[in-house]
Design a binder for this molecule. Sequence first.
Ligand SMILES: [Zn+2]
Length: 337
Amino acid sequence: MTWENRWHPLLERWVTVTSHRGTRPWLGGLVAEAPTAPQYDPGCYLCPGGERISGIKNTAYTACFVFDNDHPAFGASAPAPTPAPGIYESARADGLCRVLCYTPDHGGRLSGLSIRQFKEVVRCWRDQTAALMGDAGYEHVFIFENNGEVVGVSNPHPHCQIYATPFVFHTVAQEIQAVDRYRQAEAENLFDAIILSEQLDGRRILVETDDCLAFVPYFAQLPYETFIMPKGPWQRLPDMPERALDDLALALRAVLKMQDHLWPTPQSYILTVHQAPKSLSVDHDYRCYIRLQPMLRGPGLQKYLAGVETGGGQFLNDGSPEEKAAELSAAGLLVSK
Ligand SMILES: [Zn+2]
């Protein structure tokens, strides 16, 4: 049993590990098992040749396929903001939102891609980041995948989203400040310190390659949360050498397969790529990494983010990170390569 508070150094907050509560009586419903999707769905707006809401038809793509989101949250066509009353402020919701279909296979899954396809996806993330921060001039690029009905995904076609904005998203901004404060207090790089601490302990490491470490962090906020952290001083994906990008693809693919082999039904998750904004100085300690936040705490059992987490900002993790890492490693042994 693990019952203690653990400091999250990147978000500078306590996480409460309450593993004795993981087996508490559960009267909630089970998440319905998603029906197996066909390889091609003529009604899918993400499939090759599919017609989108804008009336534009997708190409007959055979590999990664990127297009501008027809319903963007941030867009160059967003209207001028209305004047804000009193102390409030408003700004135009400027930006660019894109969708990346990983594969033409409607019934596929990121974890099911071949190594070659997976490396292509990671390179597509890199190239989109370079283009959107380069010529397009956006300050920040945030890449994420919402996977599964429990995180509100209505279309199962395997895809992620790419948001380019003139400002930095809050979590990355918070992490940058934490890295700054750690440098001032300890005179070292926080990412190096986290990697070294995980290596010294070793119990939570899932995959280690020359250039990447994948682990359930000591301070995990969710039972199967996993970080895939490059070891080198790369602030963004375009800074990474080819060799390290390959390692990142291999480590992430291996971790996703572990997550999907825990139970008879696949995991649901939120995957986010954390990268430095464009204006961050080149000698800043911030590094790019991938955070995987699985949303099921058991087979078909959804982790609800309720009063304490959503209202209070205090995560209760009812799975010990050491035990959950062991479960994931054991699941990895079942994975065919
Ligand atoms: Zn589809």
